[in-house]
Design a protein around this ligand. Structure first.
Ligand code: SF4
Ligand code: ZN
Length: 325
């Protein structure tokens, strides 16, 4: 066997050399290995049960496209039902491309697909919010609003379409970044919530699952390309030089010399998590036990976080409009 033959089937054309386990794989064996690995995670971690309706957050980026394509294997076996939801935050020049790819992929796979916009749901695009925010002395970052509103939309649509799980495309790189970031910042309460499944803290929330958690980001990109899908590589214009990015760069650098480092970070964390959980899970406060008086979402306060944000945004936009007149 030479360096250019597949270690699985002996075929000549190799598309990947996995330094962390020595495998060299041709396109077919590579795709098969990714699908098997994801479905093994789903089974081993009991992420999905027969009869579940899984809502996939389909941004049109490589992770969500790979996720939908793989979970569709279970749908084709009539084990689960799928619904894909694309959130259009209203980011001009960026989101349109993702929405177009998402539509295309869902149509090709024959998966029920819905596009939900911030504009229709909250009355503002993210661009409009950020325009008003830019006039503030200490502007909030776009991701703060985006994250809260996105969670709101996913929870609402999951109930609307009777989904029993929400699947997201978090990959191995995302997860090791989260573990390390939270550890370095001393956020142990956040750290113990990182996992294959985020149990709903309130029965009105749908559990969130991460089937791609053991797949490196690079391999997801290659998988999507090898499956013949278009890949939306552009980054969000609001993404910024964050601590997550610094940690990501550090892990990528370390991986060059130590190819197994992401797996050992994840596996080590899974080992210490039960011990951490004992002490930290019970100390968590602020769990929702009531209902937002405005929108009816679970909330520990009178108003949920989205409604509080919306009040602030209304006020900021009103000030900008007044200044303009
Ligand atoms: Fe939203 Fe931030 Fe992601 Fe852009 S980078 S889509 S603003 S969370
Ligand atoms: Zn609310």
């Amino acid at each position: 066997m030479t360096d250019t033959t597949c270690t699985q089937c002996g075929y000549e054309h190799v598309v990947i050399h996995r330094k962390y386990n020595g495998q060299r794989l041709c396109s077919n064996c590579f795709k098969e290995s990714i699908e098997k690995k994801v479905l093994r995670t789903v089974k081993k971690q009991k992420l999905i049960n027969k009869g579940d309706k899984v809502l996939v957050g389909l941004s049109g980026g490589k992770d969500s496209v790979a996720l939908l394509n793989i979970l569709n294997i279970l749908k084709e076996k009539h084990m689960i039902d799928l619904v894909a939801v694309t959130i259009d935050e209203g980011i001009a020049g960026y989101r349109e491309e993702g929405v177009r790819i998402a539509k295309d992929v869902a149509q090709k796979l024959g998966v029920e697909h819905h596009i939900v916009s911030f504009k229709d749901t909250f009355d503002f695009t993210l661009d409009k919010i950020m325009m008003a925010e830019s006039k503030e002395e200490h502007p909030q970052h776009a991701c703060t609003y985006c994250g809260v509103f996105r969670r709101h939309v996913f929870n609402q649509t999951a109930r609307e379409y009777n989904a029993t799980k929400i699947a997201t495309g978090h990959n191995l790189d995302d997860e090791t970044q989260s573990i390390l970031m939270n550890y370095l910042e001393g956020n142990i309460n956040n750290m113990v919530r990182i996992g294959y499944i985020t149990e709903a803290r309130d029965e009105r929330f749908t559990p969130k699952i991460k089937p791609l958690r053991e797949i490196p980001e690079k391999e997801i990109g290659l998988y999507v390309l090898e499956c013949g899908y278009e890949v939306h590589f552009d980054g969000c214009p609001y993404a910024h030089e964050s601590f997550r990015m610094e940690v990501g760069d550090f892990i990528r650098q370390a991986t060059l010399k130590h190819p197994t480092i992401m797996y050992s970070t994840l596996n080590g964390f899974e080992k210490i998590k039960p011990v951490l959980k004992k002490d930290y899970m019970k100390k968590q406060t602020g769990l929702p036990n009531g209902t937002c008086s405005r929108c009816g979402e679970p909330s520990s306060d009178e108003l949920c976080k989205s409604c509080k944000f919306l009040d602030k945004i209304h006020e900021k936009i009103r000030r900008v409009d007044e200044d303009d007149n």
